[in-house]
Design a protein around this ligand. Structure first.
Ligand SMILES: Cc1cc2nc3c(=O)[nH]c(=O)nc-3n(C[C@H](O)[C@H](O)[C@H](O)COP(=O)(O)OP(=O)(O)OC[C@H]3O[C@@H](n4cnc5c(N)ncnc54)[C@H](O)[C@@H]3O)c2cc1C
Length: 403
């Protein structure tokens, strides 16, 4: 294991203090209102009204756009600490500071690859949270964990591209604020597997774009959508990066996406462990509190070990990205994704268990949080694909050592 320093920068330490106060004073107190709005039928994909005032307050406190390293001056390690705190209140905190997926990582991508004109048209509105965005790769008809399968076409016709295809589970696209979809499609079927695809920016209201429905995750409303593209025309100037370099463009966002998700899940699981301990101390059965039962106490201890191990592992991966870049840290990022999602699902599952029927009810946030974590296990690459990457890199490294 490479040695790295895991201490956040002095500026990040200041921001972490400010963020913790923001969570205590503004975010946690707003959660009950969101639950009420959901119960009253907040439409799928729509944001709770309180987010607008939280965004204003976060801006006022200097907690805005921290997630784009090129603009905030923070590193991946610094932002990992911030993402953990926001993960504790997943419905509100990430978006409050303009660090919610997918806008956060689309901003990272645009900052790295957009032309000056594209920055004005696509990045600036996201930096102000004037509108939202989505990254559209997955398709219902093909196994999309293998990105080379993507069948949507992005065909050049003079000064335009014509987009035809069908996508689903596209995060952010069911949110009425979504104004632009970054669509991955095949631009040259004759090219090699990793040079066939390009990414083009498609306005969400372009003729031929149909948002069919908001998707759900284990029955819970999600802000992802099923979308079709029927002869949608966009100017060539809407292509991100070079033609045929769609995968390279997508890769730019992946390190940030995975590490942010990992740390938010650590934060969420920490909160679930807090609820677990509180419930176990309060609830009495068979002559003692649940916390006095050996099996439950062991679960609490196991969760603590898993969480501390996972946090250190993800922070280490983030520090490696800062010092060596995401290519060199590919194995650590994949391992972090596997470990963080396993830990989050396990800790949340234990939290559901200790709450009994309350744990599976809508009167507690735990079932919804569990569904979120299990969904993220699949999003941004299922576990099996990350394990394959790890195994491939490990075998190659061992072979090189043996030579
Ligand atoms: C909540 C949520 C949000 C999402 N957001 C987005 C988004 O914003 N944009 C977007 O484009 N997509 C998004 N997705 C889609 C997600 O990225 C895909 O579901 C994922 O890449 C898997 O593709 P697939 O569903 O086609 O599964 P498939 O490719 O059909 O794979 C199914 C299963 O096969 C197994 N498998 C796959 N490959 C291997 C292998 N090599 N070895 C062993 N087993 C394997 C895995 O268990 C995998 O889960 C989201 C998904 C969810 C659940």
């Amino acid at each position: 294991m490479r040695s790295v320093n895991l201490t956040p920068s002095p500026r990040a330490q200041e921001l972490l203090g400010a963020l913790t106060s923001f969570m205590d004073e503004c975010v946690y107190p707003a959660e009950a209102e969101v639950t009420k709005q959901r119960a009253a039928g907040l439409p799928a994909g729509h944001e709770p009204a309180v987010l607008d005032s939280l965004r204003e307050e976060a801006k006022r406190r200097g907690l805005w756009n921290l997630c784009v390293p090129g603009l905030s001056g923070l590193g991946y390690l610094d932002y990992a600490y911030i993402a953990e705190i926001t993960g504790r209140s997943p419905d509100l905190a990430p978006k409050s500071i303009n660090g919610g997926a997918p806008d956060s990582v689309n901003m990272v991508m645009l900052d790295a690859v957009a032309t000056a004109d594209q920055r004005t048209r696509f990045l600036d509105p996201l930096l102000d949270a004037r509108s939202g965005s989505a990254f559209a790769m997955t398709e219902p008809a093909v196994a999309s964990s293998d990105a080379s399968n993507i069948a949507t076409t992005v065909r050049r016709d003079g000064d335009e591209y014509v987009v035809d295809g069908h996508k689903w589970y596209i995060s952010g696209a069911a949110n009425p604020r979504c104004s632009v979809l970054f669509v991955v499609g095949m631009s040259d079927p004759t090219a090699s597997a990793h040079r066939r695809h390009s990414v083009v920016a498609v306005p969400a209201d372009a003729p031929g774009v149909t948002i069919h429905r908001a998707m759900s995750v284990f029955g819970y409303d999600d802000d992802s959508a099923e979308i079709s593209f029927d002869s949608v025309r966009v100017p060539v100037a809407n292509r991100l990066g070079e033609e045929g370099h769609g995968f390279a463009v997508g890769q730019v966002r992946l390190a940030a996406a995975r590490l942010q998700h990992c740390m938010r899940m650590v934060g969420l699981a920490e909160r679930a462990l807090e609820l677990t301990c509180r419930r176990a101390e309060e609830r009495v059965a068979f002559g003692g509190t649940l916390s006095q039962k050996g099996q439950l106490a062991a679960q609490v201890a196991e969760s603590r070990i898993a969480l501390d191990q996972t946090r250190l592992f993800v922070l280490h991966a983030a520090a490696l990205v800062d010092s060596l870049g995401s290519r060199v840290a590919q194995s650590q990022i994949s391992a972090a994704k596997v470990l963080a999602m396993r830990t989050a699902v396990t800790v949340l599952d234990r939290a559901v268990g200790v709450h009994g029927a309350m744990g599976v009810s809508a009167d507690s946030p735990l079932a919804r949080w569990w569904a979120l974590a299990r969904g993220l296990h699949i999003a941004d690459g299922p576990e099996e694909v990350h394990l394959e990457v790890l195994a491939r890199n490990e075998l190659a490294a061992q072979e090189a050592l043996a030579r």
